[in-house]
Design a protein around this ligand. Structure first.
Ligand SMILES: *[C@@H]1O[C@H](CO)[C@@H](O)[C@H](O)[C@H]1NC(C)=O
Ligand SMILES: *[C@@H]1O[C@H](CO)[C@@H](O)[C@H](O)[C@H]1NC(C)=O
Ligand SMILES: *[C@@H]1O[C@H](CO)[C@@H](O)[C@H](O)[C@H]1NC(C)=O
Ligand SMILES: *[C@@H]1O[C@H](CO)[C@@H](O)[C@H](O)[C@H]1NC(C)=O
Ligand SMILES: *[C@@H]1O[C@H](CO)[C@@H](O)[C@H](O)[C@H]1NC(C)=O
Length: 272
């Protein structure tokens, strides 16, 4: 008998996760307990089969033609001076909640982004190891994503690549307690957080811009990406602690903007 219990278990297993990279926005409101991800980065729950986990909800993962992450080719990227962008995140001298969502570790803080006269509210920020975006084909050890949503539900993500070097005080304070959240569902507090380095970077350096998608299911498009051209830094020992907990969580590089979706293209070729 294909019981209701079995059906709901399968639905729960295959369902799209609330730990998506837009967790905390109106599409996936924050839950009282930390929800672990249903998708992963390996095998049949990994990026090659996110569409198969829910063909309705995750249609764009296989069919979208403006998917993220991309290889940013600096000679043709839209590069603007950061002074036009205002990212305002208050300090958290007492630290902020730091959660392990299974596919990610996430910090919950408030803040705003003002860009092109539109105000976006910060939902959370999280990390990818390795980086998801590449710059002229080069990958970085990590990437940080600040996920924001405007009143009209438009999503913007402000990202910075993270390279090896002396750890920036902000990252050092975030990761001071990463070893306290080794398992999905674990929550702890970060050290004191001061975000002024981010606005400094955005104001004093250029930024890349493009319109892409969420890099996790449901891979929704029309996401405004703003990526700093100057990386943040992490030292090797801290990186080893972080990757022990975060593990590998980078979606593969998508095709160029407006080009064929790589999965749909592969399916077509196999069916010829
Ligand atoms: C797939 O997603 C749709 C739309 O979000 C939802 O209604 C449905 O319950 C999901 N199906 C499964 C099996 O999770
Ligand atoms: C964010 O702001 C809301 C509304 O002012 C407040 O209720 C909430 O506690 C704040 N959260 C954090 C993490 O600062
Ligand atoms: C923002 O608003 C100002 C004043 O209305 C206007 O002059 C300017 O062109 C707007 N900028 C953008 C990027 O929309
Ligand atoms: C982390 O989660 C695991 C698995 O649920 C649990 O056994 C452990 O007590 C949690 N640790 C902390 C510090 O919350
Ligand atoms: C840059 O150009 C390449 C080759 O034409 C294209 O595939 C890629 O999508 C472009 N990148 C951006 C950010 O526009």
């Amino acid at each position: 008998m294909f019981s209701k219990y079995l059906a709901s278990t399968i639905a729960a297993f295959l369902g799209i996760s609330n730990a998506a990279c837009n967790y905390g926005t109106s599409e996936f409101p924050r839950e009282p307990n930390v929800p672990a991800s249903k998708f992963s980065y390996t095998g049949l729950t990994g990026p090659l089969n996110w569409y198969g986990l829910n063909e309705t909800a995750n249609a764009m993962c296989d069919k979208g033609m403006n998917q993220s992450p991309i290889n940013i080719v600096t000679t043709n990227a839209t590069i603007t001076h950061g002074a036009s962008v205002s990212l305002n995140i208050p300090s958290y001298p007492g630290g902020a909640d730091f959660e392990n969502l299974g596919t990610n570790v996430e910090v919950v803080v408030n803040g705003t982004l003002i860009d092109a006269n539109k105000t976006y509210s910060l939902a959370q920020f999280h990390f990818h190891t390795t980086s998801e975006h590449r710059i002229n084909n080069e990958y970085y050890p990590m990437e940080i994503h600040f996920v924001l949503e405007a009143a009209d539900k438009t999503i913007a993500v402000v990202g910075f690549l993270i390279d090896f070097g002396p750890t920036d005080p902000l990252l050092s304070s975030v990761f001071a307690s990463v070893s306290e959240i080794p398992s999905p569902g674990n929550v702890t507090l970060t050290g004191p957080l001061d975000f002024s380095i981010l606005q400094y970077h955005l104001t004093h350096n250029t930024i890349y811009r493009y319109e892409g998608s969420l890099t996790t299911p449901p891979c929704s498009e029309k996401v405004k990406w703003i990526i700093g051209t100057k990386p943040l830094y992490i030292d090797v020992d801290t990186y080893k602690e972080v990757k022990k907990v975060v593990k590998f969580n980078a979606r593969y590089t998508q095709d160029g903007l407006g080009q064929a979706n790589l999965l749909e293209n592969a399916a077509t070729e196999l069916n010829r």
